[in-house]
Design a protein. Structure first.
Length: 305
């Protein structure tokens, strides 16, 4: 892998780290399988790109994209909580609607940002090559967002949200407003995903109506890989594992696509993702089975004595 390809892989890995953190909040903390992210990722990119092309400041445009994604998450929560629609179905409905909404926002299938200013433009004065500067800026953004998420989830409100995902009945018995926590959790999750979409559009120079396809799988892959390598209940380690998992996932994909001996093409990306997620899910089970067999052998040896 060339240096240019490696830096590009780090860049995308850092962007998808925000997706991984968002997916962790819904799937692990709230126990809410949310597929809205496939649509909110594109929504964040579409709103941001359209706003920038319309002459709005890139930083304000990025905030607008993030807020739009948070709104999409709240729609999913509203469908689930207000009308008792199954969470998975509610998220699918929102995701399906967002495809058309994204096209409406952009007015066409894609919007180019190549000649437009972005949040990265002011940093060009430092004279570093784009491939280095983009990674540095994205690393700082991910570091700040991660720190804020860790702080939030360790506050009293964040602990209450985590309690909702662990045991809703117990949380309700302790006076926790479950619906409010679900609304906030899904808004936070999809806001992070939309922010990732906004950053992706600005670093890659375009927003496309199909760019969100498979984002949920990428986010899950990052979470699973990260938590397999860094298992912990400490929130700091958990968020770090999401970031590490995202970067390692992108490196694995890049290595697979660039390994001539394997013969894979860019069109095989979804297959690679499926294989990586399957391996990440299977390995912990094999590890636990091995430990169980070792413990059984040890117990049988003690009984013989």
């Amino acid at each position: 892998m060339s240096l240019f390809a490696f830096m590009g892989t780090l860049e995308i890995g850092l962007i998808y780290a925000l997706v991984a953190i968002g997916v962790y909040i819904t799937f692990r903390i709230l126990d809410f399988p949310d597929l809205t992210v496939d649509g909110s990722f594109t929504l964040g990119a579409a709103v941001t790109a359209t706003a920038i092309v319309g002459g709005i400041n890139p930083y304000l445009a990025t905030v607008m994209g993030t807020i739009s994604g948070a709104g999409a998450g709240m729609v999913t929560a509203w469908l689930n909580l207000k009308f008792n629609i199954l969470h998975l179905l509610a998220s699918i409905l929102t995701m399906t609607a967002l495809y058309t909404i994204n096209l409406r926002v952009m007015g066409k299938p894609n919007v180019a940002l190549i000649m437009e200013p972005t949040i990265l433009t002011p940093f060009s004065v430092f004279g570093l090559a784009n491939m280095y500067m983009n990674v540095i800026v994205l690393f700082v953004i991910v570091l700040i967002i991660s720190a804020l998420v860790i702080w939030f989830l360790n506050t009293q409100y964040g602990l209450a949200m985590r309690a909702v995902g662990s045991n809703k009945r117990m949380a309700q018995a302790n006076g926790i407003n479950i619906k409010q926590k679900v609304y906030v959790g899904l808004a936070l999750s999809n806001g992070l995903v939309a922010l990732a979409g906004a950053l992706f559009a600005q670093t890659n120079g375009f927003a496309d109506s199909t760019m969100g396809i498979g984002v949920i799988v990428v986010g899950l892959a990052a979470v699973i890989i990260g938590q397999t390598l860094l298992p912990s209940r400490l929130m700091l380690i958990i968020i770090v594992s999401c970031v590490v998992g995202s970067i390692l996932y992108r490196i694995a994909v890049s290595l697979a696509l660039n390994a001539d001996i394997i013969g894979l093409k860019s069109s095989d990306l979804q297959l690679i993702t499926a294989v990586l997620v399957s391996v990440a899910l299977i390995l912990p089970k094999l590890k636990n089975d091995f430990k169980a067999r070792q413990a059984a052998k040890a117990d049988s040896g003690d009984s013989d004595d």
